[in-house]
Design a binder for this molecule. Structure first.
Ligand SMILES: [Fe+2]
Ligand SMILES: [Fe+2]
Length: 151
């Protein structure tokens, strides 16, 4: 199913997170330094944005799980836990969001909520551009299509 545009910025982050999770699980040498870099540049801002923007639309159980898994990942990284374990935590968290949580959120957003979330998610997306010119270009192309009413 196509992701709602209001959740697309998070799903774009998830693509990168899944690539990193795979490297951690495979025990690749570059994976841990990459995790340390991405934790500051990508994962922390991503978690903070999910907690700020998505929590109002989650059930109690969903919110508890999201916060617990974010905290577990933060603790594992702070403690330099086993890379495979961190990779699995990251992988399973992202898969849960993509396969269960995001479809549930999409289904329950009213049009007005979706429009407000889209605006906030676009602002979040823009905040990521300093780190990724490639992503800036991709997103600007998407926005231009959206403005013209194209899929
Ligand atoms: Fe998350
Ligand atoms: Fe996420």
């Amino acid at each position: 199913m196509r992701r709602h545009p209001a959740l697309e910025p998070f799903s774009r982050d998830h693509n990168d997170a899944l690539i990193l999770a795979r490297k951690l699980i495979e025990g690749r040498a570059e994976a841990v330094p990459e995790l340390e870099r991405l934790w500051i540049a990508d994962l922390q801002p991503h978690f903070a944005a999910e907690e700020r923007l998505l929590l109002p639309f989650l059930s109690r159980d969903e919110a508890d799980r999201l916060l617990a898994e974010h905290a577990a990942l933060a603790q594992a990284i702070a403690a330099s836990a086993n890379p495979q374990d961190m990779g699995r935590l990251l992988h399973d968290h992202v898969r849960w969001e993509e396969r269960s949580l995001f479809p549930a959120v999409e289904a329950r957003l009213t049009d007005r909520q979706a429009a407000e979330l889209l605006e906030a998610a676009d602002a979040y997306e823009r905040s990521r551009w300093a780190d990724s010119p490639r992503r800036a270009e991709l997103v600007q192309r998407r926005w231009s299509r959206r403005r013209r009413g194209l899929p």
